[in-house]
Design a binder for this molecule. Structure first.
Ligand SMILES: NC(=O)c1ccc[n+]([C@@H]2O[C@H](COP(=O)([O-])OP(=O)(O)OC[C@H]3O[C@@H](n4cnc5c(N)ncnc54)[C@H](O)[C@@H]3O)[C@@H](O)[C@H]2O)c1
Length: 302
């Protein structure tokens, strides 16, 4: 592991979104000075709380201003960027609109960070690049970062291109540290009430190999990634340590993907989205589980 102190002042994009809210709260709790930005701030952006700036990231000029202290009332001194803003899934808007927004926003964030001399960028990639929804079975399980991206949607294609773009930004600047976090499906505590509905049908959640990530653990991963100081671009799967299911991970694989090689000894509910690299390199360790929040009584037998 190569770790340094957390940067003192950070921009978080997508700050009013599901993941952004958890990340901003977590970083502020850790004492990081956060400039939160998003294009959505409700009717009155001043009501968001904390330092907030309404920014459309598809406009490069606005991004440069945000990163350099060019906007009245918002200081510069930005040491790192956490880029979470995006249309966050396939099928919400048209493919062309997803690609236009997400690719322009990410290019502008990466390029403006470079122009501002910011040497640390952490951004949200996605579990989708692993081949979700796995209509083509995974090459082996648990899946990890060792095989090439297999995007199956325009949303995911854009995430795969962002990972490639980061490699080139790092080639251009040998001091740059860029960390892509391939988040699993992000869950707030209130979402756990729906989990028992998954249990009767082993195929209901096969699309992401029964994975999830608690928003608070995702925020911890962002914090660990901000402390990562090995120059270059790298990517990490970020999921919780268990699956969404009551059945064992081995029995799920045997029933749903009988032809897929299962590597190593699986713990009973061990995630099939390997977090071994994030644990090893970033020191990420999920602290939460849906099992701590849902009464086990109504759960189907294992
Ligand atoms: N939610 C998940 O399950 C999940 C899983 C894997 C990866 N991700 C990724 O994590 C990130 C955050 O996702 P989320 O679930 O918090 O989504 P969200 O929709 O709740 O939040 C995304 C935020 O980005 C903002 N945004 C979008 N385009 C923008 C633009 N052009 N300029 C400024 N702001 C813009 C939106 O206003 C929104 O507040 C995204 O990059 C998403 O692709 C999410």
């Amino acid at each position: 592991m190569t770790h340094s102190a957390l940067p003192a002042r950070v921009v978080v994009t997508g700050a009013t979104g599901k993941l952004g809210r958890a990340v901003v709260a977590h970083l502020r709790d850790e004492g990081v000075d956060v400039l939160a930005v998003d294009r959505a701030g409700g009717p009155d952006p001043r009501a968001v709380g904390g330092e907030f700036l309404l920014v459309d990231l598809t406009d490069y000029g606005q991004v440069v201003e945000a990163f350099t202290g060019g906007t009245d009332e918002h200081a510069g001194g930005i040491e790192a960027v956490v880029h979470l803003a995006a249309v966050p899934a396939p099928g919400l808007v048209s493919n062309a609109a997803t690609f236009a927004n997400n690719s322009a926003a990410t290019y502008n964030v990466f390029a403006a960070a470079r122009a501002a001399g910011i040497k640390r960028v952490v951004w949200a990639s996605s579990e989708t690049v692993l081949g979700l929804p796995f209509d083509t079975p995974p090459p082996y399980a648990p899946v990890d970062e060792e095989y090439a991206p297999r995007p199956e949607s325009t949303y995911s294609l854009n995430k795969a291109l962002e990972e490639e773009m980061a490699r080139h930004f790092c080639r251009w600047d040998p001091e740059l540290v860029m960390v892509g976090l391939r988040f699993s499906n992000v869950m707030d505590v209130e979402d756990y009430a729906t989990f028992p509905s998954f249990h009767a049908d082993p195929r209901a959640r096969r699309w992401n190999l029964w994975g999830y990530v608690d928003a608070r653990d995702a925020a911890q991963a962002v914090e660990r990634a901000l402390a990562h100081d090995r120059p270059g671009a790298d990517v990490f799967i970020v999921a919780n340590a268990d699956t969404v299911m009551t059945r064992s991970s081995a029995s799920l694989m045997a029933e749903v993907y009988p032809g897929v090689e299962v590597r190593g000894e699986l713990g009973r509910h061990e995630t099939l989205l390997s977090i071994g690299k994030a644990r090893r390199v970033l020191g990420y360790e999920p602290r939460h589980s849906w099992r701590d929040h849902v009464d086990p009584a109504p759960l189907a037998p294992e």
